[in-house]
Design a protein around this ligand. Structure first.
Ligand SMILES: C[S@@+](CC[C@H](N)C(=O)[O-])C[C@H]1O[C@@H](n2cnc3c(N)ncnc32)[C@H](O)[C@@H]1O
Length: 317
């Protein structure tokens, strides 16, 4: 072994020990009493959406992910739910290396060191794997912030100026949490997703933003005019709202063509002037994903490569 190899090994050992200690510090921040109290209510939240028909909205891929996810989080989500393989496969980026480095450079340049430190700091909820002990952040949070930074850089506009947002397919709720960190002006933030992910978002966002701000709306009466409103996709035909910004990152592209056409055509993006979309080219698992390219261009979006992932694109308006 050369001196250089030994130095590199010691460096990587030091980094993994530092990250391990940071992860322990993060875990210690979790309010376990609140987590237990909220998870006790989780089965009731899920049951309130029982029997909703997902049929026309979802792709076979997401039917499969939902079935796997259900067995992973029943009767209640585990405290470290972000470590579940179905989440890691479908929505938690943790690639690190050159991908992470490029996004860190983008974020430092765009937000500056101080704001980045505030935005990037992870919450302990779900036990996200940290990738940076100094910023106490995960690659997925860096990845989500990179979408927001790219949008602002490309369009020259400030996301914080938007007061109403609809996010289609919000994962476990991380982008919504980050949007709330970025903007104190947010009046109403609506997330549409499958009932199972709606229940998970209810839990994650109640923990991170406060349960007083979070409501689940299943289609009866008017949706709440303020706060964070979570809507199961079968209730969308009843959802009569107009927003400033519509966000959908790797979600509309992962929905059925009926859902894609409903949002972009019948609902005209829920009146949104601004669009922040991310999507992949069609592939064997998602043969309709690439439809988003023509849909976005038709809506006067600029389509540009994501860069760190081949054959993946942003569409901004
Ligand atoms: C690949 S994940 C992306 C999550 C998040 N937007 C992100 O970029 O990390 C796809 C998201 O779309 C949601 N989804 C799948 N089918 C959907 C449908 N028919 N309607 C609404 N959301 C759907 C999934 O539950 C998940 O939240």
């Amino acid at each position: 072994m050369t001196g250089g190899t030994i130095a590199a090994m010691s460096q990587s050992l030091l980094e993994s020990v530092t990250l391990g200690l940071a992860q322990r510090r993060l875990r210690a921040q979790l309010d376990t009493r609140r987590w237990r109290a909220l998870t006790r209510r989780f089965p009731g939240v899920l049951a309130s959406m029982e029997g909703m028909d997902l049929g026309p909205w979802v792709t076979p891929l997401w039917e499969g992910f939902n079935a796997k996810m259900l067995s992973a989080i029943e009767p209640v989500p585990p405290m470290r739910f972000l470590r579940e393989s179905v989440i890691r496969r479908s929505m938690f980026v943790d690639v690190r290396g050159a991908w992470l480095q490029a996004q860190m450079e983008l974020l430092t340049g765009h937000f500056g060191a101080e704001q980045l430190r505030e935005l990037a700091a992870e919450t302990p909820v779900g036990d996200p794997p940290l990738c940076d002990a100094s910023l106490m952040t995960s690659h997925n949070t860096v990845h989500h912030l990179a979408h927001l930074a790219r949008y602002e850089q490309h369009t020259g506009s400030q996301l914080a100026a938007c007061s109403t947002v609809l996010e289609w397919g919000g994962g476990y709720g991380n982008l919504c949490r980050l949007m709330h960190r970025m903007s104190s002006e947010l009046e109403r933030y609506i997330i549409v997703d499958t009932p199972l992910f709606c229940a998970l978002q209810w839990l994650y966002l109640s923990m991170t933003l406060g349960e007083d701000r979070v409501s689940l709306w299943t289609g009866n009466g008017d949706p709440p005019a303020t706060g964070l409103v979570i809507v199961p996709v079968p209730a969308v035909p009843e959802l009569d709202v107009n927003v400033d910004l519509l966000i959908s990152t790797w979600a509309l592209s992962e929905c059925s063509p009926l859902a894609q056409d409903h949002v972009s055509g019948a609902r005209d993006w829920f009146g949104a002037v601004r669009l922040l979309l991310a999507f992949q080219a069609s592939n064997a698992q998602l043969p309709e994903a690439g439809r988003l390219d023509a849909i976005a261009r038709n809506a006067d979006c600029d389509v540009l490569p994501v860069g760190v992932i081949d054959d993946n694109f942003y569409a901004f308006r």
